[in-house]
Design a protein around this ligand. Structure first.
Ligand code: SAM
Length: 286
């Protein structure tokens, strides 16, 4: 499947999620969905899906949230997962049980011509922080919602509140150059950390009653499979994986040992619990 043509300013993200980033998420899908289960639980509780709801899952990736929601909106509801990543959407289509009211579309949410006023709820698990022009994206998505429509999504808070991502990165930095500095508004996992920024984007895109709830989490990066699984997760997800991209095997091996040294003292049984912190953002169309 060819990558979609999207907003010109999203070209880098389209390349990334159809290249190494998307491949890694697709290959790690099962582990990733276990790791992020605490996020899904918190998010779905806030969404409160019910039979008949029509939902858009933005940046649905390999489809875990879309599938969980489709199971809850039966029989008359519907879930549309939208994503720019061909490899991740292919995985979502493989995983989706037949018979659910669920479809996926390979498209940039910024420009996709959604059915106007066709949906009740816009949701996302970490799929909205990669828009280069977030006001344009959220305004486009707002047109897909009914006047009674709601928004509920999860995004990461500041890097300092997310040791699951930053501690392995510091260990990796002993071996590779630092990633190019990210501006606070550059697309990326932490682009929605600022409460003020998120409020501003959603208000400018026309939403009302924007609220942000801090939810602190414990993420078992070993997913119950011991130290080596935790080391593998640490190297394959988050900014540490980006920092290691393109480096030779011996450098990766040395970085791996530093990550192992970091995580070994944190092992509890077969788990390696690290803390994380997210916002659950809610808003209304009117
Ligand atoms: C961190 S992943 C999260 C995936 C999935 N929601 C999950 O929790 O497993 C971010 C996702 O957002 C998607 N994405 C980024 N920009 C997008 C855009 N403009 N339109 C649609 N999807 C986008 C990426 O392709 C990727 O699948």
């Amino acid at each position: 499947m060819e990558p979609p043509v999207g907003h010109e300013r999203n070209a880098d993200q389209i390349a990334y999620w159809n290249g190494p980033g998307g491949q890694r998420w697709r290959d790690r899908q099962a582990a990733q969905d276990i790791l992020l289960a605490p996020v899904s639980r918190a998010l779905i509780e806030r969404i409160g899906p019910k039979g008949g709801d029509r939902v858009i899952d933005v940046g649905c990736g390999c489809g875990a949230t879309s599938i969980a929601l489709a199971e809850r909106v039966v029989p008359s509801g519907f879930v549309l997962g939208v994503d720019i990543s061909a490899p991740m959407l292919a995985r979502a289509r493989e995983l989706a049980p037949t018979g659910l009211p669920l479809d996926f579309v390979l498209a940039d949410a910024t420009v996709h011509p959604f059915e106007a006023a066709g949906f009740d709820h816009l949701v996302s698990r970490f799929g909205v922080m990669f828009f280069a022009e977030p006001v344009v994206s959220f305004a486009n998505l707002r047109r897909a919602l009914r006047a009674t429509g709601r928004v509920t999504f999860a995004c990461w808070r500041e890097p300092r509140d997310n040791p699951w991502a930053m501690a392995p990165l510091q260990a990796v930095y002993r071996h590779v150059p630092k990633l190019p500095p990210q501006g606070p508004e550059d697309p990326g996992p932490f682009a929605f950390a600022s409460q003020e920024r998120v409020q501003g984007i959603l208000n400018e895109a026309g939403y009302r009653n924007v609220a942000m709830e801090r939810v602190d989490l414990v993420l078992d990066i070993a997913i119950g499979r011991g130290l080596e699984a935790a080391v593998q997760s640490a190297l394959e997800i988050g900014p540490a994986s980006r920092a290691l991209e393109g480096h030779p095997a011996e450098v990766r091996e040395a970085a791996k040992q530093s990550v192992r040294d970091l995580l070994a003292p944190l092992v509890k049984g077969e788990s390696v619990p690290l803390s994380g912190s997210i916002w659950i953002v809610t808003a209304r169309v009117t």
